[in-house]
Structure formats: structure tokens, C-alpha cells
Design a protein around this ligand. Sequence first.
Ligand SMILES: [Zn+2]
Length: 154
Amino acid sequence: MNAAGTESKPSPISGRGLFATRAFQGGERLAPYIGDLLDTPPEVRTPGQATYLVEISPGRWLDGSAPTNPARHANHACLPNSELILDTAAGHPWLVALHPIAAGEEITFDYGFSLAESLFHPCKCGAADCVGRIIAGPLRPALRRHLRFSRRRD
Ligand SMILES: [Zn+2]
């Protein structure tokens, strides 16, 4: 699948990342997110594996871990510059730019992890207010409160 305009290379966030090799406009498609479709909720066997699984509709999962998925190296960030948008006709999502992206910029999106998943996935995105865990944006305020109140008091 063609993903002209992006490349995979070592990332300051984690492992390999997906980078823009040219400028993109907001709303432009960056790379397709493709893989095998699963009808049963995948078991999270090892923490690393979960980062490639995307629930594209209720009870339907896409396993993006295969090397043929051009978008598989895109990292999570607390302030992402893209989002996964499902192309229902194609049956798979695309990474779409949330705002203009410069050539050389790392492409990130919100993995949308639950609180339980976030416990196994530290976030090193580097944002000033990084919550420190890979967790869905809407859940971040609850996690911040939890971390504040679970701090040891002595
Ligand atoms: Zn972060």
C-alpha cells in the first residue's frame, strides 16, 4: 500500500517512529493503517503487542502489527498531530493530519488506551503536560486525579 510522504526511522519518543518526508496540510491523509481484521477481542499477551491493535468498530479489531502496515510505527503522543479515521468503504482507517505538518516532523496519534491498558504503557512523548502514560485523551483528567491521590503520604 502506498504511503508516499512518510518514512519510518528511530524516534526520540519510542523505538521507531513515522515521520513526514514532505509538508502536509490539515485534513490530508498521511498513511493507511492496514492489517488483519479480528472478530474476537484480542487478548493482550505482551504489552508491546497491544499498541498495534485498533478497535475500528464495536467488537471489530484491526491488527496493524504486520510489516506491510505503513503506519505501524506511528507513536502515541499526548498532543498528537494526526488521528485515525475509519474509511468505511476501504474497511480500514487512515492517519489524517489534525493540522499542518512540516517535513521531518514525527507523526503521532492518540492510541485511545483505557485506564487498565495505560498502566503497562509509559508515555515519553515529551509534551510539557505529558501525563506519563499512554491513555485516551478524555481519560487523562481522571488519571491525573488518581495519580495525585495515590501518592504516598508520609
Ligand atoms: Zn505523553
